[in-house]
Design a binder for this molecule. Structure first.
Ligand SMILES: [Zn+2]
Length: 105
């Protein structure tokens, strides 16, 4: 039986700025946030199907979207865990190596 799932994740990336929030009607701290969708096989072998960077108000969680190519070059390390980004490729690579090893014997 093949088990798969789709799950949305939201990560606060730790960088914040003060801006005027139109929803709250006053100055608030806005935090750089990554929201991404993961498709996952057997709860371990994931792949990211979409990602959005946003500046979100810390109080009301409203904000605006940022362009990926303007954010990612400035991140010190990837925010998404390895197995959620490349888990499916790791599984496929492992199976290819296993099949190749079995054919050599
Ligand atoms: Zn707000």
């Amino acid at each position: 039986m093949i088990v798969w799932s789709r799950k949305s994740h939201r990560i606060a990336l730790g960088q914040s700025e003060r801006h005027y929030c139109q929803t709250c009607g006053q100055q608030r701290r806005f935090q750089l946030t990554l929201t991404y969708m993961e498709w996952c096989l057997y709860w371990i072998f994931g792949i990211v199907t979409s990602r959005d960077y946003q500046m979100l108000c810390e109080v009301c969680r409203k904000g605006w979207k940022l362009e990926i190519h303007k954010v990612e070059p400035f991140l010190s390390r990837p925010a998404i865990p390895f197995m959620q980004r490349f888990g499916l490729f790791t599984l496929i690579g492992g199976l290819v190596i296993l099949i190749a090893a079995l054919n050599m014997t």
